[in-house]
Design a protein around this ligand. Structure first.
Ligand code: AMP
Length: 545
């Protein structure tokens, strides 16, 4: 028996899922000025027109299908316009991670074979330093927040706003194969060069549709974002397209606030002044916003925030809920576009007291629509969803990178056995909630036992004298490794003995074993962060030794 496949009629239109379809026709007449970025305020009608002007500009600069356009910018209206205009031309958008070292930026730009670079004033010195080693770049466009931009030290095609002013306001975007590559960007691992991931139009459209649905349905208390809401990303647009949420927010036609460079006081002020109701970020940024001076004058109640990229700790979940913030967790990675899992708050869970809710909100959520997610043992056998068995998270979904750019052998490793290997260890509870225990490379092995550094961080974070914490395994002759904690204290009272006493309750209740209690702690003013604001355990390990 085989499935029955009906041939489409010769005259039927084979509708490709292209990014241009995210710009729905009703937006073209929308006149409210709801795209906010620095001094700029635009309507959706203007956004559509500016996308056409950008496409005409790029075309005039020689950009066409298959070319790659790199962007080096803070989160801005320009970036949003590039999210659309570049792929809608059939070209590929390379969102450059501006927090990498100049040598890594150079590597990624040569590896991606960038043709044109759109560069903000703040990154002109970096480009100035590497431009003679750029192998494929044919020219530059300046992105400036100043009305009278200062001329760069090297030749450019001109300044973005001035080029857009001169361009035609209409563009008939063509149809093409929905499997064409739309975007690319790089992820940094523990060793070696950054690796490029890439996503097609079809993948991004499906991810967007799923994200719109997810934002509408993840809480019984009401949508995370709807037409009455206001969205501000706090995950950089260079990192996994700010989790793809600018595409979803645009399809929904909601107010969008682009905050430029992330400065905690500015973020708190924008939340207050622009009435932001929904954001997403890594935990460290949420912490910084809540600790900013402007936070004191800001009423955060009603602000819904998806935390991802690192585990939300119980301490931060409870602190934000006390301020009236509703925290959700999401799980994914650069390779997965990124959405894999998200917290789903049923009416039964929402009715529970805050500390009980936090217990669910800090888990990595449940697999999203169209996502297959399993845990495997090292031999590739699926493990039960019993909340106890732990194994590597493997996944399948329509929007996962199909390989690494120009590195097929690494792509084969990523997809070994036909499932994408995340490198994360987790258990899955019977109710479907996924609990990430650790990165495989960060898990602490002590005396034959495995200890989750994430769980320890979460438990330590609930002590009132702890502002931030990172736990790593330190080599130990007798035990293999022992957990050690780097802590930013919020008062002068924190010592190893105080922490031991705090953790003893979890040892007594059987939540952690006694070997999990860190024997050494170091106090610091700050926790080292990676280029995307996560705890940099590689650096902490190196510094500790
Ligand atoms: P990146 O590719 O830089 O976005 O990093 C992805 C990695 O971040 C994942 O493989 C996880 O290790 C980690 N991660 C993402 N979301 C979560 C989460 N909700 N809880 C714990 N770890 C997370």
């Amino acid at each position: 028996m085989t499935t029955k496949i009906l041939k489409p009629s010769e005259s039927a239109y084979d509708y490709p899922l292209l990014i241009k379809r995210i710009l729905t026709s009703h937006q073209r007449t929308e006149q409210r000025n709801v795209i906010v970025s620095g001094e700029h305020r635009f309507s959706y009608a203007q956004l559509n027109e500016r996308i056409c002007r950008l496409a005409n500009t790029l075309k005039q600069l020689g950009i066409g299908p298959g070319d790659t356009v790199a962007v080096m910018d803070w989160d801005s209206h320009r970036y949003l316009e590039c999210f659309f205009a570049v792929p809608m031309l059939g070209a590929i958008l390379h969102t450059v991670n501006i927090r990498l070292s100049p040598a890594q930026i150079l590597y990624t730009m040569n590896h991606a074979e960038d043709d044109l670079v759109l560069v903000h004033d703040d990154f002109l010195p970096i480009v100035e330093g590497i431009k003679d080693q750029l192998e494929t770049v044919r020219g530059f466009v300046q992105l400036s927040d100043d009305t009278t931009p200062v001329a760069p030290a090297f030749t450019t095609f001109g300044e973005y706003e001035q080029l857009l002013d001169q361009a035609e306001a209409d563009y008939a975007f063509p149809d093409f194969d929905e499997n064409s590559v739309a975007t690319t960007f790089y992820t940094t691992g523990t060793t070696g060069n950054p690796k490029g991931v890439y996503f097609s139009h079809r993948q991004l459209v499906l991810h967007t549709l799923n994200m719109v649905n997810t934002l509408s349905t993840s809480s019984s208390e009401g949508p995370l974002l709807d037409h009455a809401g206001s969205y501000m990303p706090i995950t950089p647009m260079f990192h996994v397209h700010a989790w793809g949420i600018p595409y979803a927010a645009t399809m929904m036609g909601v107010k969008q606030v682009y905050p430029g460079r992330y400065e905690p006081n500015t973020l708190a002020r924008l939340i207050r002044e622009e009435g932001v109701t929904f954001s997403h970020c890594v935990p460290t940024i949420l912490q910084m916003v809540l600790q900013s001076d402007q936070a004191r004058d800001t009423d955060f109640s009603g602000w819904k925030v998806i935390i991802g990229g690192s585990a939300l700790t119980s301490g931060l979940a409870e602190q934000s809920m006390a301020l009236g913030i509703e925290p959700f967790s999401a799980y994914g990675m650069s390779e997965t576009c990124p959405l894999l899992c998200i917290t789903r708050m049923t009416s039964e869970l929402s009715a529970r007291p805050a500390d009980e809710q936090a217990h669910w909100r800090v888990k990595a959520g449940q697999p999203s629509n169209l996502v297959d997610l399993e845990i495997w043992d090292p031999q590739g056998n699926p493990l039960p969803h019993d909340g106890v068995s732990t194994g590597e998270v493997v996944t399948r979904a329509p929007w996962l990178t199909q390989s690494y750019l120009n590195e097929p052998e690494k792509g084969d490793e990523l997809w070994s056995g036909g499932w994408l290997h995340t490198g994360d260890i987790a258990c899955i509870h019977p109710d479907g909630f996924v609990e990430i225990k650790d990165r495989i490379k960060d898990v602490i092995k002590t005396g034959g036992e495995w200890i989750s550094s994430l769980e320890l961080e979460s438990l330590i974070s609930t002590h009132p004298d702890v502002a931030a914490v990172a736990v790593i395994g330190i080599p130990d002759e007798r035990w293999g490794e022992r957990p050690s904690a780097l802590i930013v204290p919020s008062s002068g009272n924190l010592t190893s003995a105080v922490l031991e006493q705090h953790l003893q309750q979890y040892v007594d209740s059987g939540r952690i074993n006694k070997w999990a209690v860190p024997k050494t702690i170091k106090l610091a003013d700050d926790i080292p962060k990676t280029s995307v604001g996560k705890i940099d355990k590689k650096l902490i390990r190196a510094q500790w030794s």
